[in-house]
Design a protein around this ligand. Structure first.
Ligand code: ADA
Length: 567
């Protein structure tokens, strides 16, 4: 079994894990180097290796790979930060922008034997990068998630989408299996799907060089619904058969659940759920964003021990294995597409729409089957109060709305009086989410901030939708204690969270919260906002645990406050 996911994904398709030590060389121009003088671990962030701890630029990676049989080589990259250009035996194969979404490349007709795989990685700030910019979190450099090599037949399964439905007391599913034909001839294939003791099949014709969707319908009996209390999971296996027999397969792990919103509440399988959530950046003091499974598991345990039942993947899609763990532990997820704080000049840059929509497409395609994802999110605190912003939000919500099996939202801070026209995009989303920082940045109380949100909702005809507090919190430096309980002390942060949580929980119309934030994170040194001037130790210190996961007083205070709410 490969380590791609936390369960086996293929029994027919051959897959080789390419993680390990690769040759490494920093470069000045975007050309493959003749010589590699260093080596580095894949996956990892190069900042974790001493000589490169502040390196921002270009670097080349090389690994010799062995292709066991001549055929179609498929290379799967789970994440390269932030741009990767891939070469096989010196020939350019393809590129991908954005650290947080996986991509794959298929090279038909590769000969059996040894081959040279090289990747140029770029994490520079530039005009071409509109999502990775200097920010209140860090864009690391490197091949930061795992790499796999596969051999695929001419017709193979690209991915599948399992959509559960509950009708008249019965569970059904519509399954779409996306199949690709690399050959120059139309091919007749059979697609078989099996799950929870049921099996269905369909014959399809795939035109030469095209993708086709095979649709399968299932009616299940005796399956258990997925929830926080009982995160029941099932394996769905798709097999592609040709005249010669079984040619390819893909297994996904799925759950049966329906999420909707009604009367200001989020309902899971018809029952109200209150989200006690936390915002988590993929960052760790020891490994940057390349977090190994063991530390992801440790994070999940810290989150569970906190009494939380939800995570927001601010502000980008996460490593799939973290989502796998959320599926297993029944942790509700708001998965967010990549961006933070898009103002009008950035939103209207000719590359912004293309880049942000590409990440969103990849997030939806790759993470569709996780039952834990109840909410899709996008465009945190972008200019939703400006016409230019409305245009961008519209495009994002058109795409999000294609997934009818989930709720969607964005975290807004445009409810305040000084935010010009106010929020013009609340009507696009199914939940109204707001970031607020009472007792930290502003002078307003929780009640006063909430009144402003309610007013904006009334003014825009969105009364009655569930309200989510998508961020609240304050800074606390690990081990800084102060009898005067000043800002940045652990004492102040703990008291802030106790007070704000209690006050928010007392509001009838709030359907969930996401505390800012789980762990302290590294921030950018550069950029017009001069982040380090308001972020002591060059970290966003609002974590309830520090960057090494040492709990602060705030962790225990939040645990206590969360325990007050039973639902
Ligand atoms: C914002 C933003 C977060 C973070 C936070 C803070 O609301 O969405 O990414 O920067 O504020 O710490 O101030």
């Amino acid at each position: 079994m490969s380590t791609e996911r936390v369960f086996p994904t293929h029994t027919i398709r051959e897959q080789v894990d390419l993680d390990g030590i690769w040759e490494f060389q920093t470069i000045e121009e975007c050309n493959l180097p003749g010589d590699y003088r260093d080596s580095i671990a894949v996956p990892s962030c190069w900042e974790m290796a001493m000589p490169y701890c502040r390196y921002r630029g270009l670097a080349a990676y090389r690994k010799e790979i062995c292709v066991e049989k001549s055929g179609n080589l498929r290379l799967v990259f789970k994440g390269i930060s932030h741009t990767g250009m891939v070469y096989l035996d010196g020939s350019y194969i393809g590129r991908h922008y954005n650290a947080y979404t996986p991509f794959s490349l298929v090279i038909p007709g590769v000969d059996k034997g040894m081959h040279k795989l090289e990747v140029i990685v770029d994490n520079r700030w530039s005009e071409e990068s509109r999502l990775h910019i200097p920010n209140d979190y860090y864009t690391y450099g490197g091949i930061t998630r795992s790499v796999y090599q596969e051999l695929v037949p001419d017709c193979f399964i690209e991915r599948l989408e399992f959509e559960p439905r509950f009708v008249d007391g019965n569970w059904f599913a519509q399954v779409r299996v996306i199949v690709r034909n690399l050959s120059g001839n139309a091919e007749q294939v059979r697609l078989e799907g099996s799950c929870a003791g049921k099996k269905e099949a369909v014959d399809i014709l795939i035109q030469a060089g095209e993708d086709t969707t095979a649709n399968l319908e299932f009616h299940f009996e005796g399956v258990t619904a997925w929830s926080h209390e009982n995160p029941a999971l099932y394996l769905f296996r798709a097999v592609l058969m040709t005249k010669e027999g079984e040619a390819d397969d893909l297994t996904e792990r799925v759950g049966f659940r329906v999420v909707e919103q009604r009367n200001g509440r989020i309902l899971l399988n018809g029952l109200p759920v209150f989200l006690k959530g936390i915002n988590r950046h993929e960052d760790h003091g020891n490994c940057g964003c390349a977090i190994p499974l063991s530390l992801m598991d440790a994070d999940i345990k810290l989150i569970e021990n906190l009494g939380a039942n939800a995570v927001r993947t601010c502000h980008y899609p996460n490593d799939e294995r973290f989502l796998d763990l959320c599926d297993e532990h029944g942790i509700y997820v708001w998965e967010e597409s990549h961006d933070r704080g898009g103002d009008v000049p950035r939103l209207t840059h000719p590359l912004f729409l293309e880049q942000s929509m590409a990440v969103m497409h990849e997030m939806l395609e790759n993470h569709y089957n996780h039952p834990s994802i109840l909410i899709w999110g996008c465009l945190n605190e972008a200019a939703s109060n400006e016409e230019e912003g409305v245009r961008i939000y519209q495009k994002h919500f058109e795409l999000l709305a294609t997934d009818k099996s989930r709720l969607n939202t964005f975290a807004s801070n445009k409810y305040m009086e000084d935010m010009g026209k106010g929020d013009l995009c609340l009507g696009m989303e199914s939940l109204c989410s707001f970031n607020m920082y009472p007792y930290w940045y502003g002078d307003d109380t929780v009640e006063e901030d909430l009144e402003k949100m309610r007013r904006r909702m009334r003014e825009t005809g969105n009364e009655g939708k569930p309200i989510i507090i998508s961020e609240y919190g304050g800074g606390g430096i690990y081990n800084f204690h102060d009898v005067m309980r000043v800002k940045w002390s652990e004492e102040y942060q703990a008291e802030l969270l106790t007070r704000a949580t209690k006050e928010i929980f007392a509001q009838e119309d709030v359907a969930g919260v996401f505390v800012w934030q789980f762990c302290d994170v590294r921030i950018s040194q550069e950029g017009p906002r001069r982040w380090p001037m308001t972020r002591p130790l060059s970290r966003n210190n609002k974590g309830v645990v520090d960057e090494y996961r040492r709990p602060k007083m705030a962790y225990y205070a939040l645990k206590e406050a969360f325990s007050e709410r039973k639902e």
